[in-house]
Ligand binder design. Structure first.
Ligand code: AMP
Ligand code: MG
Length: 283
């Protein structure tokens, strides 16, 4: 492999290491010196590493280990969250995944605190959970449109930090990825949705109205990175104009998270030698 990461993805993409989100370049490929072909080739190779690690996590979960991994995906409409679920999630055994998308809260969900639906969807032991949107929506559209009073959403950053630190303490490795598309690229992707009958289902007329609030969303994302990026539950900012790069980057970050668990194959809870003898003697 001639092209590779020159800086580990976990350093090159960490929110804390970057400047303001408003001047972030969604075309860039931080830490990676290859092009689309080499990136796509590397993704296939790294996908096998990810699949092996996922199997280890699953095997340990089956053997009583309580740990899990949670990948939180955020990003503006068309940023490619669904593509990450399909193309990175698709690299591993689907039985090991726990995928949940969060849309506008239902009337029932609105009767509870904003973390209620999140807690119900957390990954079980041994699984990789993927959230397509998350509790961060409660400080994104909710903040931009004051869907609850400012005094209410302002408190949520601290509540989220507390929630995530408890989650981490209970054995869930949390990584948070924000996919960043440029406003122009979003326009192109929305136009494509309108041009292709097989993409109408993804189109939502409200997405155009949200574009009018682009800068407010950037400000809301900046507040998230400033207030909720911690070593225990880090934020990564992923340029997403090039889909091959965002997929490669998220795959690499997941590998990094799983490797950090230092998992080994679970020991047999039976005597291997005597089981071999029993099997040999069995009819
Ligand atoms: P999609 O991900 O394209 O299916 O769209 C889901 C929509 O639900 C997006 O417009 C989100 O901003 C919106 N949404 C998700 N969670 C919340 C929330 N807690 N409050 C308000 N809107 C939300
Ligand atoms: Mg949408």
């Amino acid at each position: 492999m001639s092209h590779s990461w020159t800086v580990p993805a976990s350093s090159a993409l960490r929110a804390r290491a970057l400047g303001p989100i408003a001047s972030f370049d969604p075309e860039s490929t931080p830490g990676f010196d290859g092009d689309k072909d080499s990136g796509t080739e590397l993704l296939a190779e790294r996908g096998r590493a990810l699949a092996d690690l996922q199997e280890l996590l699953y095997a340990n979960g089956r053997s009583g280990d309580h740990r899990s991994v949670l990948l939180v995906l955020q990003g503006m409409d068309t940023a490619g969250k669904g593509g990450i679920v399909r193309h990175v999630g698709g690299l591993v055994d689907p039985q090991g995944l726990s995928i949940k998308g969060f849309g506008k809260p239902t009337p029932e969900e609105l009767q509870h605190d904003f973390l209620w639906r999140i807690r119900k969807a957390l990954p079980p032991a041994g699984r990789i959970g993927i959230f397509d949107r998350s509790h961060y929506e409660d400080v994104l559209p909710v903040r931009v449109h004051n869907l609850v009073p400012r005094s209410e959403w302002e408190k949520r950053y601290a509540i989220i930090n507390q929630f995530e630190s408890e989650l981490v303490a209970s054995g869930t490795t949390v990584i948070k990825c924000c996919l960043v598309v440029s406003k122009d690229e979003q326009k192109k992707r929305l136009a494509e949705r309108l041009d292709r009958p097989d993409k109408y289902w993804k189109y939502n007329p409200g997405d155009i109205d949200e574009r009018a609030h682009w800068d407010d969303y950037l400000e809301a994302y900046q507040a998230i990175f400033d207030l909720t990026d911690h070593d225990a539950a880090p934020w990564y900012v992923i340029p997403a104009n090039r889909k091959w790069f965002s997929r490669l980057a998220v795959c690499e970050l997941l590998i990094d998270a799983l490797s950090g668990l230092e998992l080994d194959w679970p020991k047999a809870d039976f005597d291997v030698e005597s089981e071999k003898k029993r099997l040999a003697a069995a009819g």
